[in-house]
Design a protein around this ligand. Structure first.
Ligand code: FAD
Length: 447
């Protein structure tokens, strides 16, 4: 029969590794980490793109400069991670129309104010609806500039509309990771605290890569985990860090099935798809310098190659542009060839910068939505949601404990949310283990 561990951690992203380290720090050494992919890091992932390190997943450390210290910022400082200060609020003054004209800043500011007011009104409307009152809905944006601003407001800058715990607790500054070792370097450093490494590689037999968990059987006595390659693992507890998108899919089956309150909560949480497309050019043709890092393309289709960033601050001379798509547009480009996407992006760039700009020589399109170990980029809780939703998503079911950014009450969607969630979940598991021990010694003293 398979050997039995105290705890199996499923997934080796920020939450899984932080959970496992917390176990090790508390003397639980017989743990096992099962990771579906061939690496640790999950949604923190760098790739070499034409000799430049680009971050396909998380790129910013958000929430810096406030009263409390963001633990991920602490780690970055401790390990000398290279970062650049980044301020995308300037983007709204670099809005191009389809003929390449930049909208006057006054017009952009007016449109921005209108969008914020509308968003606040909509929020009131939802709150009123929530309380059974019906208010008239504000009208939707229609012109390209209004659509572009609506897009950046809702998909990037909601802090202008409602308070966001990350900024309240940790501060409003954001830093772009610009380190050749990648954002994931921080995770390797955490892992090294408790896993055996040799020449910079993880060699600990308790970390198993390429292990796709397909079934979790659980009972009062323990948990049995089955992987796609036919292996079986037993443990007293499971910590499951798979994303909300994976939980919504049928990748992992539970025996007995999860209770209805749990599956309903999981289905209710929205999944955001966020895609950074990288384009490499033979030379720069976009304006650089202060306040030019971000720029916007206004098109009559909302979210159509709207949000652009150049990488000259992070890597001078890299000649790389990044365009961010979300949700529907992300899914659309994931489904088409990269050549088609390159063509679309070039047409947009020629609208903005004229017909003479050079073609991109390379393109990189991450596919978070079609990755069966991710199924999206991060959780997106409805603004007007009762806290019950995240409480239910986080709540354990028998011996299965849930973790991951989506279980963080204050910081869902962020790297620090995942990191803190791992610690939090392990605390609950340790408490249960102590109760187990108490019960055991009680029954021993009775016999
Ligand atoms: P993950 O990193 O997804 O870890 C879960 C692990 O479980 C994965 O490694 C996965 O392979 C594994 N797994 C899944 N299913 C199974 C299975 N069946 N068996 C075994 N293993 C399995 N956050 C920020 O703070 N700043 C940002 O700028 C930012 N930008 C982002 C941009 C993008 C494009 C994306 C995708 C995310 C971004 N985030 C950002 C969010 C941040 O990356 C996540 O919140 C965080 O990394 C999630 O960590 P996690 O441990 O919860 O999940």
């Amino acid at each position: 029969s398979p050997s039995r561990s105290s705890v199996i951690v499923i997934g080796a992203g920020f939450s899984g590794i932080s959970a496992a380290r917390m176990l090790a720090e508390n003397g639980i050494e017989d743990l096992l980490i099962l990771e579906a992919s061939d690496r640790i890091g999950g949604r923190v992932r760098k790739e070499n793109f034409r000799d430049v390190t680009v971050e396909l997943g998380a790129g910013w450390i958000a929430g810096v400069g406030g009263k409390q210290r963001n633990p991920v910022w602490e780690l970055a400082s401790q390990h000398g991670l290279r970062t650049c200060f980044s301020d995308y609020t300037n983007a709204r003054y670099n809005i191009y129309d389809r003929s390449g004209k930049i909208f006057p800043s006054g017009l952009a500011a007016d449109s921005y104010k209108k969008a914020v007011d509308t968003a606040i009104e909509k929020l009131r409307h939802q709150e009123a609806n929530h309380d059974g009152e019906i208010l008239e809905l504000p009208c939707s944006p229609e012109t390209p500039i209004d659509l572009a601003i609506d897009f950046i407001l809702h998909d990037f800058e909601m802090a202008e509309v409602e308070p966001i715990s990350t900024y309240i607790d940790f501060g409003e500054r954001e830093f772009l990771v610009a380190d050749e070792r990648g954002y994931e370097y921080l995770l390797y450093k955490i892992a090294e605290d408790f896993l055996l490494t040799s020449e910079g590689k993880m060699v600990d037999s308790r970390l198993k890569l390429n292990k796709v968990v397909r079934e979790i059987q659980h009972s009062r006595n323990g948990v049995t985990v089955k992987t796609e390659d036919g292996c079986v693992y037993e443990a007293n507890y499971v910590i499951l860090s798979a994303s909300i998108g994976v939980l919504q899919s049928d990748l992992i089956s539970f025996k007995p099935p999860l209770p209805k309150w749990k599956t309903e909560a999981i289905q209710k949480c929205d999944v955001m798809v966020y895609t950074k497309i990288f384009l490499k050019f033979p030379h720069k043709f976009w304006p650089c310098g202060p306040e030019k890092e971000f720029f916007i393309y206004a098109h009559e289709r909302r979210g159509y190659y709207t949000f652009w960033q150049h990488m000259e601050n992070a890597y001078p001379g890299s000649n790389i542009l990044v365009v961010t798509l979300t949700n529907g547009e992300s899914k659309r480009v994931e489904a088409q060839s990269d050549e088609k996407t390159l063509e679309e992006a070039m047409r947009v760039l020629r609208d903005m910068f004229g017909p003479d700009i050079p073609n991109a020589t390379d393109i990189l399109v991450p596919r978070w939505w079609n990755n069966r170990f991710q199924r999206g980029s991060y959780s997106n809780y409805p603004i007007i949601s009762d806290n019950e939703l995240v409480t239910d998503i986080k709540a354990p079911v028998g011996r299965i404990f849930f973790t991951g950014e989506h279980t963080s009450e204050r910081f869902s969607g962020y790297v620090h949310g995942a990191y803190l969630a791992g610690i939090e979940t392990t605390k609950s598991v340790l408490l249960e283990m102590r109760k187990d021990d108490d019960r055991k010694s009680e029954s021993q003293s009775q016999s």
